[in-house]
Design a protein around this ligand. Structure first.
Ligand code: GDP
Ligand code: MN
Length: 380
């Protein structure tokens, strides 16, 4: 889950990372109140979960209330790379001497955390990586060892930061690392990290991605619910407790088990179709789960056919078949459904289904046949 800049800064603040004084606003009037409170000059910043806001005109300096009002009015409602601005963050402006870059993320290949630090911040780090890769000092960190201030200080030296910024940056990096680890971030990035003309180092921007697998130990993340810009299909699936990922094709997929769901996607592709989603209904494919799954897929306007692929192991096919029948009595499905049911109690399952089969509910004996049928029905 990606956070807005203001949420990221508030997250940073919990771990003692210095940021500018500011506040969030939904309206022009609120923005002026926040600007007055932060103290002029202020920067008015569009809150969208996409980078390059500065270049797009989403970040403006205001010297007084009138300017803050004008900038807030211009930025609210602005479209930045397809993201409409509904929120702005207003903070006391900083006098920038230098702009740096700092981040922590996971290096999956190295199986270690990766810190990146550069004296060339303020621009996209991908750009620095291309034009001047030596300007990025990388530090791999073993999660068992963590990051101490001595190591951080040597890293800051290696990155060639200005002398005046080195001690403060080393201390800040230890805090950012703590935020990244204890705060369960997939990414904690500051770009730019600045040295002010008064010689203070602090975070001028914040990009935080939280690891949603850790949500169970962060009840405080509750406050981010509703501020996510999630796929509406995924949001609906989440509310129903389903393991769903939206895709761009036309064949809706329901399978039991993540492995089978992935294979189902492959087979649909193999026969020339494209999946509208990944959906693993897990072991207990009862009527409630099946109805929820069908409802989510039914709500996707791109879906033209639905492929239900169940292999009964511990799950019994007759129960699944009954689940499908019960679910169909509850949900009015737009698209034809193709079933492939095999495994434990498959014969009993097919018997339950037999009286319900039609051109809207089709059974096929194999996964490949079912995929072909579903793709044909989808019109591919
Ligand atoms: P991004 O473009 O979405 O990454 O937004 P940032 O928050 O990184 O801001 C972009 C740029 O705006 C920064 O690199 C700064 O150059 C400038 N900027 C942002 N805040 C301030 C500020 O308080 N003072 C000054 N002088 N410039 C700022
Ligand atoms: Mn930035």
């Amino acid at each position: 889950m990606d956070l807005y800049e203001y949420q990221g800064k508030q997250y940073f603040a919990r771990f003692g990372i210095p940021t500018s004084k500011g506040g969030v606003a939904e309206t022009v009037d609120e923005a002026v109140v926040q600007a007055d409170a932060a103290g002029y000059p202020v920067v008015v910043k569009a809150q969208v979960k996409v980078g390059g806001r500065g270049k797009a005109g989403g970040i403006k300096l205001a010297n007084n209330s009138d300017e803050a009002r004008a900038h807030a009015a211009a930025i609210l409602g602005m479209d930045i790379k397809g993201h409409v601005v509904h929120l702005i963050w207003v903070e006391n402006a900083s006098d920038i001497d230098k702009e740096y870059y700092a981040s922590f993320t996971l290096d999956r290949q190295a199986k270690l955390h990766l810190g990146m630090l550069s004296a060339e911040g303020g621009v996209e780090i991908e750009e620095v990586a291309q034009t001047n890769p030596d300007a990025i000092a990388k530090l791999h960190i073993d999660p068992v060892d963590g990051l101490d201030e001595v190591t951080a200080r040597a890293w800051v030296d290696a990155a060639g930061l200005d002398e005046a910024a080195r001690d403060q940056t080393a201390a800040l990096l230890v805090k950012l690392y703590t935020c990244y680890v204890e705060g369960d971030c997939d990414l904690a990035e500051i770009n730019p990290l600045i040295l002010t003309t008064e010689g203070k180092v602090h975070a001028l921007d914040a990009k935080v991605t939280l690891d949603e697998n850790a949500a169970f130990r962060h009840p405080e993340w509750e406050e981010y619910a509703g501020t996510e810009t999630e796929d509406p299909r995924e949001q609906m699936a989440k509310e129903k407790g389903l393991n769903y990922i939206g895709l761009s094709g036309s064949v809706g997929i329901i399978a039991n088990g993540a492995g089978l769901a992935m294979s189902t996607l492959d087979v649909v592709n193999q026969v020339g179709g494209s999946a509208a989603n990944f959906l693993d209904i897990g072991g207990g494919a009862n009527a409630d789960v099946m109805a929820a799954a069908l409802e989510v897929i039914n709500a996707d306007p791109a879906v033209r056919s639905i492929f239900v692929n169940i292999f009964g192991g511990i799950t019994r096919v007759d129960e699944v078949a009954q689940g499908v029948v019960d679910a169909l009595a509850r949900v009015d499905i737009r698209s034809p459904i193709v079933l492939r049911l095999d495994g434990t109690n498959a014969v009993a399952g097919r018997e339950i289904l037999a009286p319900h089969l039609s051109d809207r509910l089709v059974a096929e004996p194999t996964m490949l046949d079912a995929a072909r049928r579903a793709v044909a029905l989808a019109g591919n």
